[in-house]
Design a binder for this molecule. Structure first.
Ligand SMILES: [Zn+2]
Ligand SMILES: [Zn+2]
Length: 137
């Protein structure tokens, strides 16, 4: 999450501001964290932030972490995943690593096919301690 992303050219100003805030954050941000950071830029209503977040999530530019009720910028600037997205959430420093795993996705796909379940999205949230926190302990 620390690296810089190119902004898509067709974002609204609010979407750009919100994505910028997520890109610069070392850890997931709640809608209110985002609002706090962007007050100086003229964003005052929670609804403005929620609308921008909805669009960013819809486009795969940002993801919602259900267990934290917070948002992160997509870690992958070029391939915005539509399938399984997995997040490893460090409970020490709050860092979130996004990754994908084709084997898990295939197995879940197999299960869904057998059950006749139509998957809209799959988000895995793994909690624990990152390597840096383990080393510091
Ligand atoms: Zn992503
Ligand atoms: Zn950590």
């Amino acid at each position: 999450m620390a690296h810089e992303h190119a902004m898509p050219a067709d974002l609204t100003r609010n979407q750009e501001l919100v994505l910028g805030a997520l890109n610069h954050a070392p850890a997931p941000l709640s809608a209110y964290d985002i609002l706090d950071r962007l007050r100086g830029d003229g964003l005052r209503a929670p609804l403005q932030v929620y609308r921008a977040l909805d669009k960013l999530v819809e486009r795969g530019l940002a993801h919602r972490l259900e267990s934290l009720n917070a948002f992160v910028a997509c870690a992958d600037a070029h391939c915005h995943r539509k399938g399984l997205i997995a997040f490893a959430i460090c409970e020490g420093c709050g860092k979130v690593d996004e990754f994908a795993d084709a084997v898990i996705e295939e197995r879940l796909g197999g299960w869904a096919a057998r059950e006749g379940f139509k998957v809209e999205r799959t988000t895995m949230e793994i909690r624990g301690k990152c390597a840096a926190c383990l080393q510091a302990a």
